[in-house]
Design a protein around this ligand. Structure first.
Ligand code: DMJ
Length: 691
């Protein structure tokens, strides 16, 4: 006997197929240059299944990389455009497209939650010129099929944010669940509560609008994320108002901050550093202003600036590379190459270890006078690999990779005292300078780039992973300690003496240890994870032991105190990101809610102490109830601090860690073989084959 269900089945199947076709068409509209979505989905499914099968195996990883390489060449003919990059927002990420297209395996709760699938969305942004509701006949802004109104996908994230920010006049979803009223933060700035309040006036959750929450038990924390976005707008708008085109903003004096690490030229450091964050947050208008400035004004030609090779690489080259990966806009690739070329004279040393500073006009290069007898600095020359390797791949010019590979070989072959890397190396003699070792200032990101070079290569650069493991095992043995009260910290080591002090800068290493554990299962992974969690916890302690709830520049461990700065010159906070970076990585890897809550605590503290009417400042002493502000809005506040906080409250599919690897300035770079935005330059055919 056949029940009524039997007859309903074919109808449902037909409806499902029709809906799928419609969604594919809509997707096609949003992806300019005729990107073949199903190819992308298939490619990604293939990558995912290969990844699962390979599970860290070197040979399998290489096969996987080769396979994807082949398919890239087809995709590259389509020259991916900006609109593709809306994938980086949750709503249009291929994983969600897969779900929407019905190609993903549904999870048990998902089927039930999707029953009322006739979603009717009436949406209008207050900022739009005429009516408050977009018409379903207006194909440029919405699509309507059989009573189902669908917004073009690239706008879905913005729509959800608009909903949360109170810019939406109406959204109606049949049978919508009531919105849960967010608990107003007790110490939040007024703006935070305003944002939260706006969210309670809607009749549907933004999760429903985006259609992703059902699939994501650890989904988006909308009100928190919307608040971080609003912080970014505040930082950016004030920079634009008072310091546009200059490097950084002085919020108290409402003028540019010049003469910092960027030298005295106007290089628009905040624009280049902060632009990918704007992009990720969907701040399209601001993003375009920044992009236009870079196109028209950014150049290192005809100026005689003395640039830091390291800072220029991580912020300018790194920033442009990410924007290139995101958008496929060749302007960014050209600018990245232009900047990197200006740095190349610094590599003309007997060892190939570059100097720290280079003059953009003369090419004259030198080291800092204070750095151990003319030495170069480990964290500086050791933090070029990701950007230079990627630049070679997208330009087809092997020179950049060769430069950093030379550095790698020197560091691989040199004898390391107790397996550790001192912070100073003389570029002329190839000998170590002072035997100071640190996972904080002067050492930090070298270790980060070992692991990340391996990740960036699609886990094929085994040399990098081995060097990472060797270094971190030595560090765990010789420098990681546990305080009498159980706090894990990484001490500095000077010759044979431990200095029981940890820099704020070293707080990134919580995430680094954890990432090392999560990406390769071996006899060390449990210990890595334990140390990673321990360090992150200690950095959080350094924050909450200060009345401002913000952490000092360095903190010590002694009989007198734990995780507290003891010297006056260590008590400042300059809007640094490292602790939030570790919260973000640990959140992604563990989904332990405490990391999000710690991040939110920090947001509230930033709002209370660092926010001014004209941007954000650092603090001179985190141990004072009402600390003095330092009048500098660091470019890394926009590049890193706000980005990591935004991502902490985002869904995992926004810049997933198996597809993107963050450079040390939080500029995400695509992972080879796993990310369709790698955009490797086509390999030129030898002349004989060209016909
Ligand atoms: C950033 O420029 C980078 O994270 C760098 O690696 C270290 N310091 C700052 C932020 O604190």
């Amino acid at each position: 006997m056949c029940s009524r269900k039997c007859f309903r089945m074919p109808t449902l199947v037909i409806c499902g197929v029709l809906l799928t076709i419609v969604l594919v068409c809509i997707t096609g509209i949003t992806l300019t240059n005729s990107i073949n979505i199903s190819n992308i989905v298939k490619l990604r499914e293939k990558v995912a299944s290969d990844s699962a099968a390979a599970n860290g195996g070197h040979q399998a990883a290489q096969t996987r990389a080769a396979l994807v390489e082949q398919q890239y060449s087809t995709l590259q003919q389509h020259h991916l455009s900006k609109s593709d990059l809306n994938y980086i927002s949750a709503a249009t990420h291929p994983r969600n497209l897969q779900r929407m297209l019905g190609t993903a395996q549904p999870q048990p709760q998902q089927q039930q939650a999707q029953q009322p699938n006739k979603i009717v969305i009436e949406i209008g942004l207050r900022s739009s010129s005429s009516s408050s509701s977009s018409s379903s006949n207006d194909s440029s802004s919405s699509n309507s099929i059989g009573g189902v109104n669908l917004m073009p996908m690239p706008h879905m994230l913005q729509a959800a944010d608009a909903l949360l920010e109170g810019n939406v006049d109406s959204i109606s979803l049949p049978a919508a669940a009531p919105v849960t009223t967010p608990t107003p933060p007790t110490t939040a700035a007024a703006t935070a509560t305003t944002t939260a309040a706006a969210e309670t006036t809607t009749t549907a959750t933004a999760e429903q609008v985006l259609g992703i929450a059902d699939h994501n038990p650890a989904g988006i924390q909308f009100e928190r994320r919307a608040h971080v976005k609003q912080m970014m707008e505040h930082a950016w708008h004030n920079y634009k108002l008072y310091a546009w085109g200059k490097n950084e903003l002085r919020p108290l004096s409402q003028r540019p901050h010049s003469g910092s690490i960027f030298g005295s030229y106007d290089l628009g450091a905040t624009i280049v550093d902060g632009l990918d964050t704007l992009y990720i947050m969907g701040l399209e208008k601001e993003y375009k202003e920044g992009r236009d400035w870079i196109e028209r004004r950014f150049s290192l030609d005809n100026i005689s600036a003395e640039l830091s090779v390291f800072e220029t690489n991580i912020r300018f080259v790194g920033g442009m590379l990410t924007l290139y990966a995101f958008t496929g806009d060749p302007m960014y690739k050209e600018k990245a190459q232009h900047v990197a070329d200006k740095l190349l004279p610094a590599f003309q040393t007997p060892t190939g270890i570059p100097y720290a500073l280079v003059n953009t006009k003369t090419g004259m290069a030198k080291n800092y006078g204070w750095a151990s007898g003319g030495s170069s600095i480990l964290s500086e020359f050791g933090t070029l690999h990701l950007e230079f390797a990627y630049l070679s791949d997208i330009t087809g010019n092997p020179l950049y990779r060769e430069r950093v590979q030379t550095i790698r070989q020197v560091l691989k072959e040199i004898e390391k005292p107790k397996g550790l890397y001192p912070n100073f190396l003389n570029p002329k003699t190839g000998k170590w300078g002072q035997q100071h070792m640190s996972l904080g200032a002067l050492g930090d990101s070298y270790y980060e780039y070992l692991l990340k070079a391996w990740l960036q290569s699609g886990q094929t650069d085994e040399e990098a992973r081995e060097m990472y493991d060797d270094a971190m095992l030595a560090i765990m043995d010789k420098m990681v300690r546990i305080s009498p009260n159980g706090l894990t910290y990484v001490s500095d080591l000077k010759f044979d003496r431990l200095e029981h002090k940890m820099d704020h800068l070293a707080c990134f290493s919580g995430g680094l240890f954890a990432l090392g554990a999560a990406t390769r299962q071996n006899q060390h992974s449990d210990k890595y994870m334990e140390v990673g969690k321990g360090i992150t916890n200690t950095c959080h302690e350094s924050y909450i032991r200060a009345p401002t709830q913000l952490g000092p520049e360095a903190f010590r461990f002694s009989d007198a105190a734990e995780a507290r700065a003891l010297r006056s010159q260590e008590k400042y906070y300059i809007l640094r990101p490292e602790t939030f970076e570790s919260y973000f990585v640990l959140w992604r890897l563990t989904h332990d809610q405490k990391y999000r809550d710690w991040g939110w605590q920090a947001v509230l503290a930033l709002e209370k102490h660092c926010r001014t009417p004209h941007g954000y400042c650092g603090l001179r002493n985190v141990y004072q109830q009402e600390p003095q502000k330092d009048d500098v809005q660091q470019s890394f506040f926009l590049a890193e601090t706000l980005k990591y906080l935004y991502l902490l409250f985002s869904d995992d599919s926004v810049l997933p860690l198996d597809e993107w690897v963050f450079n040390t300035e939080a500029h995400p770079l695509p992972i080879k073989g796993a990310n369709i935005y790698y955009r490797k330059a086509p390999v030129a055919l030898p002349a004989s084959n060209a016909s």
